[in-house]
Write a protein of this length. Structure first.
Length: 171
């Protein structure tokens, strides 16, 4: 990847919201290179009461923030689905995420799924496989199983890096 100007040291936390599985990724950008990349998913059990699941998500996110000290966060906005109950629970999860980030005075930027797909692949209607392919290429990820929520969080980090500085992206 080439960019038309250099990044200063930045720690970006990307989040793909979900209450069953929340994808997260932390990338440190220094001297125009990805220096450190950590990613994963916070998972909650369907058998756990919803409010307890929310609490588990918040506690796990707190640990990620404390361990990585992000300076910026990129959060995917809600994708509206036909299932209103699920959409409401994801919206509530987003509220918990945003409150947690605000409590830590982390600069928050939000991107919708179409913006992320367009930035990462050049096509706002790209499928998950195309997004994953570009994310794996950009971050030089080794072959192997990575949950799609973590890939989506990394795509959000990449989108933020590019869009927040109005950089030109050349794949």
């Amino acid at each position: 990847m080439s960019l038309d100007k250099t990044d200063s040291h930045r720690v970006i936390l990307g989040i793909d919201p979900g209450y069953g599985r929340l994808g997260w990724a932390v990338a440190v950008v220094a001297n125009s290179n990805w220096e450190t990349i950590k990613l994963g998913c916070i998972q909650t059990s369907k058998s756990t009461p919803l409010l307890d699941r929310y609490s588990q998500l918040e506690q796990a996110l707190e640990k990620i923030i404390q361990a990585n000290q992000p300076t910026e966060a990129a959060v995917e906005t809600l994708f509206f689905s036909n299932n209103v109950k699920t959409a409401m629970q994801v919206a509530e999860t987003r509220g918990i995420i945003l409150a947690c980030l605000l409590r830590h005075h982390i600069k928050i930027t939000q991107y919708n799924p179409m913006q992320i797909k367009e930035t990462v692949t050049g096509n706002g209607r790209a499928d998950k496989k195309a997004v994953e392919k570009m994310v794996r290429l950009e971050f030089k990820l080794k072959p192997g199983k990575i949950l799609d929520d973590a890939i989506d969080a990394l795509a959000t980090v990449l989108t933020h890096r590019i869009r927040s500085q109005n950089l030109k992206y050349y794949a």
